[in-house]
Design a protein around this ligand. Structure first.
Ligand SMILES: *Cc1c(COP(=O)(O)O)cnc(C)c1O
Length: 405
């Protein structure tokens, strides 16, 4: 008889989580990526690096973030109790700074002068620009011209923080082209530059590195929840775009009897182009240098995706999630735009917490689950705050006085 399975997975030496992940990149990128992997293995275990990251989390980011019990929301559902891990209170308003500070600290230890990344809606760009300002690193963010026009406040934030925003003017001028452009720029000078990815995606070692930097969320949450309630939660929910906030909190509970739910955006419904539910409707394929469940056409090209939450509209998903799905350890479920909007209004009105639309997907599924469960506790990773979504919500749905459109 073998003992219990350890679900704290690691990629193998080729960067595979089971059959997912790997390094599917042009030859010229393999060397620089291996260098990053080697440097990470060495530096991340050093006492100096660990101590500096701890100091930053406490004194700059404001960690640990608290857990809040949602009394009025739970009472209104008359089922399981709902709790939130408050990543909206992490500095800059979301979980993304957890891995951006780690990546920028790594850049400093390797001796890189410049960090570079792409951004879609601008959230990753702002978090990375924040980290660059803290460390005094040069920062270059590649962003499609179309997104630059749509996301003026985030473009302004990046510039205020001292980053250079590079407009990408080819193709559809959105996220995919921004990735290509940032990688091209990285290749010009991999000696002085570190590419900093925005989620647990991309070629090895990025899914590992980002996961490790987000794990703090799960470690804190498990300890805090036990102290607060004396028990583990029966379930944990987190929204899944690329999967970094979900991997972070799942790591804390993956070897416990707690049910784990990754919530994907079902957008307007299951029709192609109306959602971004890669686990639910995707098939294995290759995207941005790694293998994963992918929404793809017959030629293997990524399909158009949509969600009201711009941080979730990605056609792929991190490789560790894909393996956890195949192992049956995590269930991947969905929430519609309309359900996320309803949760956005309820959490605002009943708890005084305005969530990011991404996080509202995890709240929406927890509300459904709470009613089904009748008792017990559900912990939601509230990945970010909703200030960035106010204009969109009010313009399209008013103040929530009537049913969501
Ligand atoms: C970017 C973002 C997400 C989605 O990214 P993951 O890597 O899936 O966590 C979720 N919530 C917020 C608030 C975000 O900014």
């Amino acid at each position: 008889m073998s003992g219990p399975v350890d679900y704290r997975l690691s990629p193998d030496s080729d960067g595979y989580f089971g059959v997912y992940g790997g390094v599917h990149v042009p030859d010229c990128l393999i060397g620089p990526l291996q260098e990053v992997a080697h440097a990470y293995h060495r530096i991340s275990r050093s006492a100096d690096f660990i101590a500096e990251l701890r100091y930053i989390r406490k004194h700059f980011q404001g960690r640990p973030t608290p857990i809040s019990y949602c009394r009025r929301l739970s009472d209104s559902l008359d089922g399981a109790r709902i709790y939130l891990k408050r990543e909206d209170l992490n500095h800059s308003g979301a979980h993304k700074l957890n891995h951006c500070m780690g990546e920028a600290l790594l850049a400093k230890y390797i001796g890189k002068k410049r960090i570079i990344a792409e951004t879609g809606a601008g959230q990753h760009g702002v978090a990375l620009a924040t980290a660059a300002a803290y460390f005094g690193l040069e920062c270059e963010i590649h962003m499609g011209e179309v997104d630059i026009a749509k996301q003026a406040p985030n473009v302004a934030r990046m510039k205020l923080l001292g980053a250079k925003v590079v407009p990408v003017t080819f193709g559809l001028r959105t996220l995919k082209e921004a990735v290509d452009s940032a990688f091209e720029e990285y290749l010009k000078d991999p000696v002085n530059t570190l590419y900093c990815i925005g989620s647990v995606v991309g070629p090895h070692p990025f899914p590992l590195l980002v996961r490790d930097f987000q794990e703090v969320v799960g470690i804190e949450a498990r300890e805090q929840f036990l102290e607060m309630t004396g028990n583990l939660p029966e379930a944990v929910t987190a929204c899944v775009g690329g999967g970094s906030n979900a991997m972070g909190i799942f790591r804390g509970f993956v070897n416990d009897p707690t049910e784990l739910y990754g919530v994907e955006p079902l957008g307007k419904g299951p029709k192609v182009g109306d959602h971004a539910a890669s686990m639910t409707y995707g098939t294995p394929g290759i995207l941005h240098g790694f293998k994963c469940y992918l929404l793809q056409d017959e030629a293997g090209e990524p399909l158009p995706v949509y969600s009201c939450a711009s941080g979730l509209d990605y056609p792929g998903v991190g490789p560790e999630h894909c393996q956890l799905r195949d192992l049956g350890r995590v269930k991947y479920v969905t929430a519609l735009d309309s359900e996320a909007i309803d949760a956005f209004f309820k959490l605002s009105r009943l708890e005084g917490i305005i969530p990011a639309l991404e996080s509202a997907h995890a709240v929406a599924y927890a509300m459904k689950l709470a009613t089904e469960m009748e008792q017990g506790a559900i912990l939601v990773n509230l990945s970010g705050r909703g200030d960035k979504d106010l204009d969109y919500v009010i313009e399209n749905y008013g103040f929530g006085d009537t049913e969501a459109k």
